[in-house]
Write a protein that binds this ligand. Structure first.
Ligand code: PGA
Length: 246
């Protein structure tokens, strides 16, 4: 596979990351009102979602025809669980914009047939015409979605194990580490690389090593985000701290 360069937008701080990434999303939604978005959870996208809500309320940004697919969901958490990604999306974005919730696809973490759920998710993406614009975050270990180090380039949406580092990082959202689910459903690397355009957001010096390895390092399963070098339209929107090792 050919190696391409990842584009960089380096912002002065995390607020500027939120505003400039929301601008990219708003422009694409205005250009194609029935756009298919790939969305992400975590601490980083909250600012961008807040800005999209503002653009909806103050400037009439219209989500009525938007379709969305979320990257991942914890296995074993009900949609109503406060740490489920369904709950996150509703409470940080969907409840405040005019998106039709029946057009928001999030993997069902409580299903008795997780593999079937993942297969159907891939089919639903195809039926929607593929994802036009995908939002990503990055873990300190270089993970994208819940694709942890060691994952393969041809992985599809499936059940994955979380690494200890990710469990520790995500424990800040739970009462303690023991409550963090050990498994998740996640879009695969091959699924992500099929989207038309990727915007990865990250901030803070804790992500600087993963960012530098992903952008300038060899393409390796040790740093899953380095696989993004295979994508022809991938932009990292990051702050100065996250850019410090570039
Ligand atoms: P964060 O998570 O936005 O909370 O840093 C990103 C990720 O782990 O993918």
């Amino acid at each position: 596979m050919e190696r391409k360069s990842i584009k960089l937008v380096i912002c002065k701080d995390k607020n500027a990351v939120a505003v400039s990434s929301a601008q990219i999303f708003a422009d694409e939604i205005r250009r194609k009102p029935a756009i298919v978005l790939g969305l992400a959870t975590g601490g980083t996208p909250i600012g961008m979602y807040r800005e999209l809500i503002r653009l909806h309320k103050e400037e009439g940004l219209d989500f009525s025809r938007v379709v969305s697919f979320n990257l991942d969901e914890y296995l074993g958490l009900a949609p109503e669980h406060r740490q489920s990604y369904r709950y996150f999306m509703d409470s940080n974005l969907f409840n405040y914009i005019n998106i039709d919730k029946s057009n928001t696809y999030i993997l069902d973490g409580l299903s008795k047939d997780p593999k079937g759920v993942c297969r159907k998710f891939e089919e639903d993406i195809k039926k929607a015409g593929g994802i036009d614009l995908q939002l990503l975050g990055i873990g300190r270990n270089g993970h994208i979605a819940f694709n942890e180090p060691g994952c393969s380039l041809d992985s599809r949406t499936g059940v994955v194990n979380l690494t200890q580092k990710t469990i520790k990082d995500n424990s800040r959202f739970f009462k303690d580490e023991s409550e963090v689910p050990r498994q998740a459903l996640s879009m695969g690397i091959a699924t992500i690389l099929e989207v038309k355009k990727i915007v990865l957001l990250t901030t803070g010096e804790g992500k600087a090593k993963a960012v530098a390895e992903s952008v300038n390092g060899p393409v390796t399963s040790k740093v899953p985000a380095s696989y993004l070098q295979h994508h022809s339209d991938c932009t990292f929107v990051i702050d100065k701290e996250a850019a410090q090792n570039l």
